[in-house]
Write a protein that binds this ligand. Structure first.
Ligand code: HEC
Length: 315
């Protein structure tokens, strides 16, 4: 045996086996366990040193025992060590254990009486390794049957479905706190009442000082008419609130104080104010915004309304 597994093969082999066992046992996602948990490195180091220590101890003991042998015993030992495999004592013993077959000399005791044209049959025992395997598979079958068919554990399909559901939950949690991906490129006009309510709350906290609670405008322009200095599309309004108005006018960029997703909500709220005709509004400023999608008739009414409002402001 020593010939096949000298220490320089045995030690790395055991170490690699240990490594795979540990990596298999510890759940560390896509990266190796020792990267995720540096303490595992210590474990590897400790195991490696232990292997070396055991090797050193074994070889020291062997040397010591060897010294106690008489020269004849030592010669016999060396002879045995150098024998080819099929003649080595340990190999013969191992084979006898594994197969439990009778040697040729003993075959006479197990030969069966029938004789097929001179061909005779031996009644050997089944090899113990085979019987052991047979019993193991039988036990495995019983455990499997009870676990999945009687106790109703999840099979692979059910495990898959459950894990996907769990991953989806984690994605939802991740998205709640994930960096905001709302931008001018994907901003939408939200219509959900809860989004508009959130937008209204943000508006009331940050914007009413200059645009009035009803959006009629004071320091900042009127947000309820359809005239816009900086553009009236969802993208324009979102951009104005994110990046602020023209320099020196007083409309600051809000992107550092309000998350883009929330600016999308306040944008939608601001646009929901258009056409609400608050009392005593500020005169329209900028250009009439004509939506590419709205019908012309709705814009015409907007214009007439604005004119009426203007008359009201300037007596
Ligand atoms: C300090 C006063 C002030 C505050 C607070 C303020 N704004 Fe303004 N806002 C202005 C001024 C002034 C302008 C005009 C900017 C320009 O002319 O470039 C403006 C412009 C705008 C415009 C563009 C109007 C147009 O005609 O194009 C929008 C939309 C707007 N503000 C929304 C908001 C929102 C939403 C908030 C709150 C998050 C807010 N503003 C807070 C002063 C303010």
């Amino acid at each position: 045996m020593k010939k096949f597994f000298p220490p320089y093969v045995r030690v790395p082999l055991l170490f690699v086996l240990f490594y795979f066992a540990v990596e298999y046992t510890i759940d560390s996602g896509n990266q190796p366990a020792f990267v995720k948990y540096p303490i595992v490195l210590l474990l590897y180091g400790f195991f490696f040193l232990t292997l070396i220590a055991v090797e050193a101890l074994v070889s020291a003991t062997n040397k010591l025992l060897n010294r106690l042998l008489t020269p004849e015993q030592r010669a016999a030992q060396e002879l045995e060590d150098n024998k080819p495999l099929s003649e080595a004592q340990w190999y013969k013993k191992l084979m006898a254990r594994l197969t439990r077959s009778k040697s040729i000399e003993e075959e006479g005791t197990i030969v069966l009486d029938h004789d097929y044209d001179g061909i005779k049959e031996l009644d050997n025992d089944l090899p113990p390794w085979w019987t052991a395997l047979f019993y193991l598979t039988a036990i495995f079958g019983v455990v499997y049957l009870v676990k999945y068919e009687v106790l109703g554990y999840d099979n692979q399909d059910q495990e898959y479905v459950k894990e996907v559901a769990k991953a989806e939950e984690q994605i939802a949690i991740y998205n709640l706190t994930a960096p905001d991906k709302t931008s001018v490129d994907n901003v939408k006009l939200l219509t959900d009442p809860s989004d508009l309510a959130k937008g209204k709350a943000i508006y009331e906290t940050n914007c009413i000082a200059c645009h009035r609670p009803d959006g009629g405008g004071s320091i900042g322009p009127n947000l309820t008419d359809n005239y816009w200095i900086l553009g009236g599309s969802v993208q324009d309004v979102f951009h104005t609130i994110m990046e602020g108005g023209r320099a020196g006018k007083g409309m600051i960029p809000w992107k550092d104080q309000i998350k883009p997703a929330d600016i999308e909500k306040v944008t939608s709220y601001v646009l929901s104010l258009v056409g609400t005709n608050p009392a005593d509004p500020k005169a329209p400023e900028g250009d009439l915004y004509v939506s590419e999608t709205t019908a012309t008739t709705s814009n015409e009414t907007e214009v007439t309304e604005t004119v009426v409002e203007e008359e009201g402001v300037t007596p």
